[in-house]
Write a protein that binds this ligand. Structure first.
Ligand code: FRU
Length: 479
């Protein structure tokens, strides 16, 4: 019988670590202690969002891969729980996804109290407690894909099939990995998209999550690890659904393609160039079982090296954003914007309208803010220089780009006569969203802790500037 290596259950030792260190991000998820990388198993279940994540329970470098676990009711304030899926049989637990088995196709739903049936395990039987099913890569050469399930809201998991792979290594490389699994309603099948070699994501289908049939390969040059694949409504420029949908496929580098999917194969219609213009957005994933139709994405902010700052944790997640497809005259754009729940962190707001940048300068001098959600809209064709906590961002009115040392230029063309930028600044990051999130840059940066100033210069005609100061999202967490 395979069993989890309980020496990796180190969570107890995290409880004496708080969230108040000098460089601890205050509204981006970090583990109380130790290393994290990819978000895993992001799923909404019974009023809670679950964020599992690649985690080293024994140190601040990468290693001993385990699924760490945190829950939240708003995707903003997270409570970390004991590690969810631990290594076993000398293999570690790599990335994957989680889902809710609404129709009990796996047959692991517990029997309802008082039910005449005495044992679980009967596919199709509907009880009250839905099974939460996690698919992960069992990282012992040659890697394959395995399943663990939970019927106590993700607090404990049981290995299915004694932890043995339900999808064996495909033989192209010895490290197939990162299964994305979801329900495809039109064909009434589960679909798995798996990274099997650079350039290939392989699609499998199943009726019961245990027996998988190869359906097709998606060939895309350079495609690399951590596939996510999700159907999105196409919205018009105002955000109204057009009635059309597209499937969006992306890899760990967030190289995105849209197209159509019939339950077995994906036809690519368009591939977007560089969908995140910063250096840090990696291995992103979307929540499954969304309670409100939104598709919300979180990525690992790679290269966030907090150990260099003597922090007890390492790496961080990006701020959750909605992911949308918007149609305009030039075609379909991919847009990302911070989830509206960020507003629950606003503790003070400074709003200015219709004034030149230079005239605003003295008023901005009174603002003293460490955690920021800032939005600015201004007239096109003019240059602007914005400095937030020492981070310079300029707008080049001829090239129509925002420029910053931390990222590649963000194209930003006038929309409704305005150029718009939104910036989130935390203790270890800046996330830039130009023109309603059609150009986004996610960057690990460390603003000097003592610099809490905002400066603006240039003769640009500012239509509006709103600065929200945020409180820490860790307020509710013990410690
Ligand atoms: C991406 C990745 C995944 C793998 C995991 C291991 O960052 O390399 O392909 O499952 O990290 O931690």
């Amino acid at each position: 019988m395979s069993s989890f290596d309980n020496s990796m259950q180190t969570f107890e030792s995290y409880l004496d670590i708080g969230y108040d260190q000098k460089y601890r991000p205050q509204f981006h998820f970090t583990s109380r202690k130790n290393w994290l990388n990819d978000p895993n198993g992001m799923v909404h279940y019974d009023g809670e969002y679950h964020l599992f994540f690649q985690h080293n329970p024994q140190g601040t470098p990468w290693g001993n891969m385990t699924w760490g676990h945190a829950v939240s009711t708003d995707m903003v304030r997270w409570t970390q729980l004991p590690h969810a899926i631990l290594p076993y049989d000398e293999g570690t637990i790599f990335s994957g996804t989680a889902l809710v088995d609404h129709d009990n196709t796996l047959g692991k739903q517990p029997v309802r109290q008082g039910s005449p049936r005495q044992s679980s395990g009967q596919a199709g039987q509907a009880g009250d407690v839905k099974t939460l099913v996690a698919f992960f890569t069992f990282a012992k050469y040659p890697y394959g894909q395995s399943i663990a399930c939970s019927t106590d809201k993700g607090r404990t998991f049981t290995l299915l099939n004694d932890g043995k792979c339900v999808v064996p290594n495909q033989g192209l490389i010895d490290s197939d990995r990162d299964p994305k699994v979801f329900w495809h309603a039109p064909t009434k099948k589960w679909v798995m998209v798996l990274y099997v070699q650079t350039g290939i994501a392989r699609i499998f289908t199943s009726e019961n999550m245990q027996d998988w049939t190869l359906a097709s390969d998606i060939n895309r040059e350079g495609f690399h690890e951590c596939p996510d694949f999700v159907e999105l409504p196409v919205l018009d420029a105002d955000g109204t659904p057009t009635g059309e949908t597209r499937w969006l496929l992306y890899d760990a580098r967030f190289e995105c393609s849209i197209g159509s999917f019939d339950g077995a194969s994906f036809s690519i219609e368009e591939t977007f160039s560089k969908s995140d213009l910063g250096p840090s957005f990696y291995a992103a994933q979307t929540f499954s079982n969304s309670p409100d139709g939104r598709t919300v994405i979180i990525g690992w902010m790679r290269e966030s090296n907090f150990v260099e700052q003597d922090m007890p944790f390492n790496q961080q997640m990006s701020f959750p954003c909605t992911l949308e497809l918007r149609q305009d005259r030039e075609g379909i754009r991919l847009c990302r914007q911070p989830i509206r729940e960020i507003e629950t962190l606003y503790k003070a707001t400074h709003a200015f309208e219709a004034v030149t940048a230079d005239a605003l300068a003295p008023q901005l001098a009174d603002i003293d803010a460490e955690l920021l959600d800032l939005s600015i809209a201004f007239a096109p064709g003019q240059d602007l220089a914005l400095n937030m906590r020492g981070i310079d961002i300029t707008y080049d009115g001829k090239a129509n780009t925002f420029n910053s040392e931390s990222c590649k230029p963000l194209p930003a063309h006038p929309v409704d006569g305005n150029i718009a930028l939104r910036a989130l600044v935390d203790r270890g990051s800046i996330e830039l969203f130009a023109n309603e999130g059609s150009a986004v840059a996610t960057s690990y940066v460390l603003p000097a802790p003592e610099n809490t100033s905002i400066q603006l210069s240039g003769d640009a005609d500012i239509r509006s500037l709103t600065v929200h100061e945020l409180e820490s999202s860790w307020g509710g967490a013990e410690g």
